[in-house]
Design a protein around this ligand. Sequence first.
Ligand SMILES: O=C(O)C(=O)Cc1ccccc1
Length: 306
Amino acid sequence: MSTLAYLGPEGTFTEAALRSFAPDAPRIPCATVGAAFDAVRRGEADGAVVPLENSVEGAVNATLDELAAGEPLLIHGEVLLPVSFALLARPETELEDVKRVVTHPHAHAQCRGFLAGTLPRAEVFTAASTAAAAMAVSDPTSHYDAAIAAPIAGEHYGLRALATGIGDRPDTVTRFVVVRRPGPLPPPSGADRTTLVAFIADDHPGALLEILFEFAVRGVSLTRIESRPTGDGIGRYFFHIDCEGHVSDARVGEALTGLRRICANVRFLGSYRRADGAAPTLRPGTTDPDFTRAAAWLTSIRAGQV
Ligand SMILES: O=C(O)C(=O)Cc1ccccc1
């Protein structure tokens, strides 16, 4: 059975995502996304489960940046998990005692309404995960009065829920990915997603448009695009992209070869089954047989068979 590293400690939303598809897998909790990836790179874990984006707060930048750097890894799958937040405190703490709250930045962003309405004077501090925040609060000498975390983290760390369901939206979903060392790709399923990072060759007007064009002309829809700084100076960015389809689909393969020609580098991060099972709607002229027929036509005209 695969051993899976994940953003820990015990009681994170990431752990809940992992358990949703591999309840019995041996687990290695890691303090950061980077540490989980390193456990996979070193061979201590077969895969890592990490948060990638949230329906309210958007991308988890640490994950985007770690995927774009270091020894390459491949995404093998994704999980969607509804997330619900609780305000957790040591048993003796009452709501009116809460002056300092600690949580993961994504959880903070999703509970702003509750904090503004119920704890308008509370200071908010960040932790590497919601469970790390709960663990910190469980220490009686802690600087913090309460953590925003999953209700299960309260059970793990002996905390009491002062409030539950405190997210600004009841329908928030987080997307987690399962990452492995490079190897054979998951086979195409008909409802796939492909993830990649495109590094612009030379910054020039229309560079992003050229990248988008490679997808648009092949009828490949993007499901996410983020620019992230390369770290090499102000104004230098790479693009982190998800598109519909599998790299073995002709239209996706052609879009990627087009990108490879115009970009300084393209890091392929995997093709894998979409958790929502949504199959793309293909425009006329963009199916595999359309590409095969067009390639056969080119072969024949190159041979002078007009
Ligand atoms: O901190 C956690 O529990 C995580 O798994 C990351 C996270 C934080 C907030 C919403 C979803 C995932």
